[in-house]
Design a protein around this ligand. Structure first.
Ligand code: ADP
Ligand code: MG
Ligand code: MG
Length: 891
């Protein structure tokens, strides 16, 4: 027979998997000699054995429990069910991860009609004894016998009223006895049985209930939500009771060893005099702040604060501690790592290094990179309640309040007047860009995480919610509705882009702040990490932001957004519509200086750090008006103004739009396929890059352009495009007399490119894994369709562990990345490799990138601090690999 039961003096904190978090820590505290009421833990393996034997306790287990109970009796000098000196215990569930879905703790188990009288006599406090008994009956009936607490509460209230009392403390021992009789009748009525009087039976029923609670609905949902495996099982802790409700020299409370919201090094917590267990959190009476204990019970306080200090030194982390004082004697009932805000996490980690408790590496591992996100965006003050009106996709974090507007021009105008607005649209297009810039935030009812609104807003660090389909937008009526609630133009709403929630009215916000400790931590991260961190930035402003956040370069500068500018789009359209080569070149000549200006700004902002510029990627029809809308316009004109020049113009446009229309734009005429068919576009872009570089080097700046060809699937594509870029470089060199260092590489975002990376590397100085498209093409999913239609179900049903667009699919897409790196380096050992796209800002993907040997990750500017920390954590976890994002120059 396996060992299923462990006395508190047999375990330690390293046994969490077996004893659960609570049990392992109770054992650890016992081991180091803290005043912990004695008890034992039934292991998680016992829970699994219980399920294996068809939800019954294996007989060996029953013996072990009885044996441990014996030991507990010996240890306490009390005995279970003996009225002369009864042992009472608590039954507490506890899994490896704390789970709010699990069974509630039962206190005072072991009380029955006889032992209660014993307790009354022993304590000379019958009121206390009967109060404890009625609590026990209610708690046990609720969580074990499944009788609704409502019946008990109702009876209690009626009794109180009939006696003319306004609160429980007025109840006498006799009154409680009366209530107890009523309670027992309720149990009999609802379970058809008497309330169990045999303490052992009570105990086994309670153990059964804890095991069963592992698979109740709440627990299952919680595990699913938090990705906790189902097979872990829960432990059960049986612990002798101590009583905080024995009078004014007793009490119970909870405390953190440091302030969990600011991280300040001060005891933080609350307690209640003459109270038991959950009374502190139940909110029946208002608890007192922990520092008042220092005047009310100075000795106990001193002992408690010494214990807190000791626990913190022992666990080397901030602790969340439960304690009870029984007649002036302190007992510790629980300790665990305290939950904390991001701000507190950083401060505590840094200060603990300064205090010599942990080292820098440990401090870096202590802060969850995901938490940093909160600190870099304005966010809603959580101390205010939010009433959610609707929920969409959390497309870009941050929070905003403003008046609802439905039109980009309107947004720009009102902002010009000093108003704050939120742009609400069915979806956005490049035509709305000025409105997005002006607005505080953007909400769309359609579109996914990569819709126009989402991408643009993320780039700007602006809050955005997409695909909020419950919003019924009535553009003409200037309003939207959610069910019966109508929100009109000008009404104030607040949105939380991190959760996707929309609320009515204004809610107070907290401004982002980069504390000194935060800067210190990131500096340590930079010292430690061996993986470059770059940013994706499409304009000088983003580049500056990226630099400020510590990016070591730009890993992806998309050039299409530069064309979406309202002033440029007509020129871009005329370039696309050009009938002849000359016409097209004319338009390109106009675009060239604009592009050059963009690049100059970006190079300047990056102060000599490398900048990877991707040549035009999206299909050209994205720059043209929407087909359906155009069709409506043409039809209208045909009726109202059939002879107009305007109609001719629109008809021509429609013809072109139809020509460019694609069955599947994602797999259509885009990326380098554009450059292959319209080399003049790429040639113009390449020239603009080199002119900009030449100009800046003339001004004394160092520039490191890395020119990236998108969507290459065959080495020949890259070979041709490389030649084009080299020609542009030569031309600019001849014209300007300036020699610019540059490299040419490709995005690896088509499986074929990864599979033939050895051939492709022959033409490439670097690879940048475009894992968004690589995920789409590997899975054969189009992201917007997948996220909008079936991905959620896939994740809920555990077909996929995560959204592969948010968390890199290491087994599939990741294998292609590994293969790409390996094959590429076989051909060209000095090949530089990186990843761009959302995965570059996600911690588990960053860890993977480091292990795969990539030189850098690149992500949105606002995620750069997160990535710096995650990169340091990966380096610490896996050891240095010498992957440095150093610039390899070629002439
Ligand atoms: P939770 O996980 O919900 O905090 P716990 O098992 O920690 O549940 O217990 C709930 C409450 O009962 C806590 O306030 C705890 O301190 C108290 N409690 C648990 N066991 C005992 C005991 N043996 N003696 C006194 N109080 C106890
Ligand atoms: Mg607890
Ligand atoms: Mg791509």
């Amino acid at each position: 027979m396996d060992k299923f039961v462990y006395l508190f003096n047999e375990g330690h904190s390293g046994m969490k998997e077996l004893l659960g978090g609570k049990g392992a820590n109770l054992a650890e505290m016992t081991k180091i000699g803290l005043p912990v009421p004695f008890g034992f833990t039934i292991s998680t393996e016992a829970c699994n054995a219980y399920y294996e034997s068809g939800k019954t306790l294996p007989s060996g287990l029953i013996d072990q429990i009885l044996e441990s109970l014996n030991q507990l009796e010996n240890n306490t000098g009390k005995s279970f069910g003996n009225p002369a000196n009864p042992l009472l215990v608590s039954v507490r569930s506890g899994s490896v991860f704390s789970m709010p879905g699990m069974m509630d703790t039962i206190l005072n188990l072991g009380l029955n009609d006889e032992t209660v009288a014993g307790i009354a006599g022993l304590t000379k406090n019958p009121r206390f004894a009967y109060d404890s008994y009625r609590r026990f009956i209610q708690m046990f009936s609720d969580v074990v016998l499944d009788v609704d607490v409502f019946f008990f509460e109702q009876l209690l209230e009626e009794t109180r009223e009939s006696k003319g009392y306004s609160s429980d403390p007025e109840m006498s021992a006799d009154d409680w006895q009366e209530v107890i009789e009523g309670y027992k009748a309720i149990v009999k009525k609802h379970t058809k049985k008497d309330f169990p009087q045999d303490p052992k039976q009570q105990l086994f029923l309670a153990i059964d209930a804890v095991f069963n609670s592992w698979n109740n609905q709440r627990a299952i949902v919680y595990r699913r939500l938090n990705k906790i495996p189902d097979h872990l099982g829960t432990a059960v802790n049986i612990q002798s009771m101590v009583f905080g409700n024995m009078g004014d020299d007793s009490g119970t409370g909870v405390a953190f060893t440091r302030d969990p919201s600011t991280g300040e090094q001060t005891l933080y917590g609350e307690y209640l005099i003459n109270a038991q267990g959950e009374d502190v959190v139940a909110g029946i009476r208002t608890p007192l702040p922990i520092r008042t204990l220092s005047t009310e019970m100075p000795e106990v306080f001193q002992q408690f604060s010494d214990t807190c200090h000791r626990l913190e030194q022992h666990y080397k982390d901030m602790q969340d501690i439960e304690f009870t004082v029984e007649r002036g004697k302190l007992f510790i009932l629980q300790t665990r790592t305290g939950k904390r805000t991001a701000q507190a996490a950083i401060r505590i980690a840094v200060e603990m290094v300064n205090e010599g408790i942990i080292d820098k590496k440990e401090a870096l591992l202590r802060v969850d990179p995901d938490q940093l996100n909160q600190l870099l965006h304005r966010r809603i003050d959580d101390s205010f309640e939010r009433k959610q009106l609707a929920k969409g996709l959390p497309a870009s974090p941050g929070a905003a309040t403003g008046q609802v507007v439905f039109d980009a021009d309107e947004a720009e105008m009102l902002t010009g007047e000093g108003k704050k607005v939120i742009l609400v649209r069915p979806e956005t297009t490049p035509d709305d860009i000025h409105g997005i810039i002006a607005a505080q935030a953007v909400v769309t009812s359609r579109g996914g995480m990569t819709s126009h609104a989402a991408v643009v807003a993320r780039g700007m660090g602006k809050a955005c919610i997409c695909g909020c389909e419950t919003l019924k937008i009535d553009l003409r009526g200037g309003k939207f509705s959610v069910g019966d609630i109508v929100v009109n133009y000008g009404d104030i709403i607040t949105i939380d882009g991190a959760t996707g929630e929309i609320m009515l009215g204004e809610i107070p916000m907290i401004e982002p702040e980069l504390s000194d400790e935060f800067q210190v931590l990131l500096q340590w991260a930079d010292e430690e990490r061996d993986l470059g961190v770059r940013a994706n930035a499409d304009n000088p402003e983003d580049a500056r932001k990226a630099f400020e956040f510590g990016a070591g370069g730009i890993g992806l500068c998309r050039t299409e957004h530069m064309f979406m500018d309202a002033n440029r789009i007509p020129i871009v359209q005329s370039m696309i519509l050009a009938e002849t080569y000359e016409e097209r070149n004319e338009a390109l000549e106009l675009l060239l200086p604009m592009q050059q200006g963009d690049f100059e700004g970006i190079f300047e902002a990056m102060q000599g750090h490398p900048v990877t510029i991707r040549l035009l990627d999206p299909p050209l029809h994205e720059f043209l008006p929407d087909k359906e809308e155009l069709l409506v316009e043409v039809t209208k004109l045909q009726i109202t103004n059939p002879q107009s020049a305007k109609l001719k113009e629109k008809e021509l446009l429609l013809k072109k739009v139809r020509q460019l229309d694609e069955f599947n734009p994602m797999l259509g005429h885009r990326g380098c396929r554009l450059g292959m068919i319209h080399p003049e576009i790429y040639f113009m872009q390449a020239k603009a890059i080199f002119y900009a570089a030449a100009k800046l080097s003339e001004r004394g700046f160092e520039v490191k352009p890395e020119i990236m060809i998108p969507l290459v699937g065959h080495v020949n594509e890259l070979r041709d495009m490389r030649k084009l870029v080299v020609d542009a470089a030569k031309l600019v060199k001849e014209e300007t007399g300036r020699d610019v260092y540059y490299t040419i590489g490709t995005m690896i975002e088509i499986p074929r490119a990864a599979l033939t990376a050895d051939q492709i590397a022959a033409e490439a100085d670097f690879f940048s894994f475009g894992t968004n498209d690589l995920t789409q093409t590997t899975f054969g999913f189009s992201r917007d369709d997948a996220e909008g239609k079936f991905l959620q179900t896939y994740i809920e049903e555990k077909v996929l562990p995560d959204n592969p667009f948010a968390v890199l699919d290491q087994e599939g897409v990741g294998k292609l990345v590994e293969m790409g790196v390996e094959l590429g380096r076989k051909t060209k050992p000095e090949l530089k490799t990186g990843i761009c796209g959302e995965h570059g800002g996600e911690k588990s993907s960053i860890d993977f990138c480091y292990q795969t040997g990539l030189d850098y990750v690149s992500c949105s500017p606002y995620r750069v601090p997160l990535a710096r920390l995650a990169a340091a954590q990966a380096t610490i976890r896996h050891g240095n690999k010498k992957a440095k994002d150093t610039f390899i120059s070629i002439k």
